[in-house]
Design a protein around this ligand. Sequence first.
Ligand code: SAH
Length: 457
Amino acid sequence: MKKQEAPVQKNETVTVTIEDLSHDGSGVAKVSGYALFIPKTIPGEKATVKVVKTKKGYGFARLIKIETESDDRVDPPCPLFQRCGGCQIQHIDYPAQLRYKQKQVKDVITRVAKLPNVTVHGTIGMDDPWRYRNKAQVPVAYQDGEFVAGFYEKRSHRIVDMEECIIQNEHNDAVIHIVKKLAQEYGIHAYDEASHCGTLRHIVARYGKSTGQVMVVLITKGAELPHKQKLIEAIREKVPNVKSIMQNVNSKRTNVIFGDKTKVLWGEEHIYDEINGIRFAISARSFYQVNPDQTNRLYGKALEYANLTGSETVIDAYCGIGTISLFLARKATHVYGVEVIPEAITDAKRNAKLNGLTNAEFAVGEAENVMPWWHAQGVRPDVIVVDPPRKGCDEKLLETMIALKPKRIVYVSCNPGTLARDLRILEDGGYQTKEVQPVDMFPQTTHVETVTLLGRN
Ligand code: SAH
C-alpha cells in the first residue's frame, strides 16, 4: 500500500473526531484518511488539535481543546501525570481501560494471527487499580543544588523529584523517601550521567506483600560506598520491616539499571512473598511479577487452561524463579522449567525446596536450545506453558513445541503483537487457538497481559 502524503501541515490546527486508541494510549483520528496520533484523547471525542509532526502515512498532534468529551474521561488523580511517562491512560475511566485492552487484543488476533472468530474474554481487572506495584526503581541525581529521586521526564534526562507514585505500594514510596533523605544527609554523591561520576545511581525497593518484608537495593557506580555502616544503621532504624539491604555495582555507561555484582550489606539475601499458598524467595535482581494480586489471577488462569489431573508431564519455558512451574507442580506428575538467567534458576530450585515440591526440575539455558535437548532425551510433555519476554517465542522454540505434540499449549504473553505472530505459526503447525484471556497486570498503563489456550487439532 502506498503511504499517504500528509494533508495537514506542521503547526496547523484542525478539529478531528477520535476513532481509536493506539497501543501506546494515544487517540487516533483520520484527516482525509491520514492517521493522526494525539496523546491524551479518547475514542468518541471531538477535539481541536495542533499538528506537531508529519510523516508519510501518519503524523502526530497535540491536544488543544476537547470539543466533545467522552463519558470515559476522568481527571487523572496523579499531579505528575502530564510529565511522567510511567502511566499513559490515567485520564480514562478504569472500566473503559479494561475494554480498550480487550479490544486491542481482539484487533491484533484478528489482523495479525488472522483468527477473527477466536473468543477474547473481557479483561480481568483489579477491584482497586492503584498502589499495586511491589517494586520501585528510582534514579537519583543532583540537580540545581538539590538531591532528587524520581522519574525521568518524558523524552529527557532530567529527573523529576517524586514524593509519591500512586501505582506504587506505599511502603516502597516511604523507603525511597527515607533512603533519599539519608543519602543526602550523609553526603553520598548522586551519580551524574554526563560526567559518569558520583556514587549512587538508583534506589530500588521491593516489598513482599503477603509477608510485609522489605528489601532495599543501593545501585552504585563503584564498589565503594562512603559512610556505609552509618547508612546501614540508619536504614535499619528508619525502614520498618527491612529484612535485606543490598548493594549492586553498575560501573557501565548505560541506562540499564542493574550491574553484574550484587552483595549483601546487611540482613538476608532474599525477601519472601506468598501467592496462593506458594512461598517465593525474591533476590535483588530476580524477575518477579510486580502486581501480586493480579499475578494470582494470571497464574490461576494459566493453571485452569493447563487442566491438569495429576498424571501430566509439563514444561514451563521462560520460567523465571519458577513461579508458574510451582503452581503447575502441585497438580502434575513432573514439571520441567527452563530459564536463561542462572540466578533465577538458583532461586527456582530454592523455591521448589521451600515448598516441599520435589517433582519440579530446572535447567539454565535458552528455551529454544534446551527444549530440543529434552525432546532428544525422550521428554514428552502433555502440556507446555510459555511466558516469553516482549519479543515473543524464538521460532526454533515454536518448531520444537510443534514437534513435541503436547495436547495443550498455554501461552502467557505481555505483548499482544508477538503473541499474535506466534499463534499464527502454531496454528499452521496443527494447533487451534481456543480462547484468549487478558489480565490487567498494569492498570493506568497501556501494557496488556494475556493467557491463551491452544489445543491440538
Ligand atoms: N514465568 C515467569 C517469568 C516470565 S518473564 C514469571 O511469571 O515470573 C520472562 C522470562 O524469560 C525472564 O525471566 C527472562 O529472563 C527469561 N528469558 C528471556 N529469554 C529467554 C530464553 N531465550 N530462554 C529462556 N528464558 C528466557
